[in-house]
Design a protein around this ligand. Structure first.
Ligand code: MG
Length: 161
């Protein structure tokens, strides 16, 4: 029986004018983008927190401070890759990852395959082990009003033999 670890990640960023919208490393054409110190890629941040959580390694902000100039406008796929290296160094690998984006707009489904491919590449797994999907909040709350986008990610790790 392999040693299994499960991790859960969540992230939310506000939408603002004059920012690029980047999710799962994919730049999505939209009138607004997510506000943050890095590229504010909520999907990558939630994925990184899920990986760190699975191994009780803290959270993303602890490892990559949002006051550190080194991470200003950083490509969050690279941050996720750094976290994936930490997982590897602990002797674990990803079994599968499942993500739900929560966004009222834009329509994200055309971008799911590219997002899954990006995540799979940095996690060193095949794309069929990565699931990306999305929900709206039916117009309710901050996300429903288009003020923010959130991401939830769950990941399963197994010890490498
Ligand atoms: Mg974040």
């Amino acid at each position: 029986m392999p040693a299994l670890r499960i991790g859960l990640g969540f992230d939310l960023h506000r939408l603002a004018q004059g920012r690029r919208l980047v999710l799962g490393g994919v730049t999505i054409p939209f009138e607004k983008g997510l506000l943050g110190h890095s590229d504010a890629d909520a999907l990558c941040h939630a994925a990184a927190d899920a990986l760190l959580g699975a191994l009780a390694l803290g959270d993303l902000g602890q490892h990559f401070s949002d006051t550190d100039p080194a991470w200003k406008d950083a490509d969050s796929l690279l941050l996720l890759g750094r976290v994936a290296e930490m997982v590897e160094a602990k002797g674990f690998r990803v079994v599968n990852l499942d993500a739900t984006l929560i966004a009222e707009a834009p329509r994200l489904s055309p971008h799911f395959p590219a997002m899954a491919q990006n995540l799979a590449r940095v996690l060193k797994v095949s794309a069929d082990r990565v699931s990306v999907k999305a929900k709206t909040l039916e117009g309710t709350g901050e996300i429903g009003r288009g003020e923010a986008i959130a991401a939830q990610v769950i990941v399963l790790l197994e010890a490498r033999a």
